[in-house]
Design a protein around this ligand. Structure first.
Ligand SMILES: [Zn+2]
Length: 367
């Protein structure tokens, strides 16, 4: 099963990067009929070769032509695909649990797809894998489309309003980052923030007859990543610690690290069990890209580990960043994961990886 996704990793900079939006639109086949602020059709839009820095900066990403599709994965879990970004839902008698909410402009389409799958069952929980706006952008709308069960003192204290929205769960560092501006991006509205956070290794909920585990992955893509494990359905939702489209995305400013990514990939592999001939078994939904199983994660983990060791070796030999770039240490993987334009270029990855291994981040968790 091949899902159409952009080869360009469009992540947290989507909301402010016109170039990324253009590449995304071109990659998703949505480059035509873009009214309202889109650059003139036919101008450098073919083949994804959008000129850098043209138009659309600062505006909301144009998602008019992007659909939200669903794919039943296993048990109670469906994968939701919104062009370049993935989310997931678990549906059962008790209602709906949502993992990640895509970008804000896709929220209504995402809710419509959930309604198609779940009818009028209430959305009770929204879990966020990390802070980025392509995974939390629909928090306000999706949570508002849901409801919580509240009672006793809590209902008396905060009033009925608390019941009119789903709970939003995330690691504490998601809350910390959401509650202050990030770079030139303003803080998202209060209603998008987590209602429940945790600072331990794990947070658990038992819902629809199934244990659902949020497992913190320290200093990986950011410092607030979790993978979500549906223990009965046997599905892992990885967020951006695992993508199939590019080299690993490391956000150094937000506490990410290359070694944290390797650790997170190994943690996913601790959970996954393959079926016959290494196909199927536990399924893994990446933050961006196609649905995968253990063998795919093994391939990716091996690639990242080999690359990490090459960088580590180069740093030990005293090579500078420029020398490492010139040495083309990723040559054999560039065809599959490299990019010369868009948000996450090969050079951007090399720079982040080099810095990450030269100056490991402060530990973000208490483990
Ligand atoms: Zn991300």
């Amino acid at each position: 099963m091949v899902l159409i996704v952009s080869t360009v990793a469009v992540t947290m900079l989507l909301a402010v990067s016109g170039r990324a939006q253009q590449n995304q639109a071109a990659g998703a086949g949505g480059g035509q009929g873009r009214q309202g602020g889109a650059p003139p059709v036919g101008q450098g839009r073919q083949g994804g070769a959008a000129p850098a820095g043209q138009g659309r900066q600062g505006g909301a990403p144009n998602m008019d032509n992007v659909e939200v599709h669903s794919l039943h994965v296993s048990g109670n879990v469906w994968m939701l695909v919104g062009g370049f970004v993935n989310a997931a839902v678990q549906i059962g008698d008790e209602g709906v649990l949502v993992v990640d909410t895509m970008v804000e402009p896709l929220a209504d389409k995402m809710i419509a797809e959930i309604r198609k799958l779940a009818g009028d069952k209430p959305i009770r929980y929204v879990l966020n894998t990390h802070v980025h706006p392509d995974h939390t952008g629909g928090n306000v709308k999706v949570a508002a489309a849901g409801e919580s069960i509240v009672g006793g003192n809590f209902a008396a204290q905060v009033g009925a309003a608390a019941a009119n929205s789903a709970q939003i769960w995330a690691h504490e560092n998601v809350q910390v980052r959401m509650s202050q501006p990030q770079g030139n991006q303003p803080s998202p509205p209060f209603a998008a923030w987590p209602t429940d956070t945790f600072f331990t290794d794990e947070k658990e909920v038992y819902f629809n007859g199934e244990a659902v585990l949020m497992l913190h992955q320290p200093n990986a893509h950011t410092d607030g990543d979790v993978i979500v494990f549906f223990r009965k359905s046997d599905v892992v939702v990885a967020g951006d610690v695992f993508v199939t489209t590019t080299f690993p995305i490391i956000n150094l400013q937000q506490g990410g690290s290359l070694n944290g990514i390797v650790a997170a990939l190994n943690n996913i592999l601790d959970i996954t069990v393959p079926r016959e001939k290494q196909e199927g078994g536990t399924y893994v939904i990446p933050g961006h890209g196609r649905l995968t199983d253990e063998a795919d994660v093994v391939d990716y983990r091996d690639m990242v580990t080999i690359i990490r060791d090459r960088f580590q070796d180069a740093i030990k030999k005293g090579m500078t960043l420029e020398q490492v770039k010139a040495a083309r240490l990723l040559r054999d993987y560039e065809g599959r994961y490299g990019a010369t334009q868009g948000f996450w270029t090969t050079d951007a990855f090399i720079e982040a990886a080099y810095k990450s291994l030269s100056q490991p981040p402060a530990v973000s968790s208490n483990r």
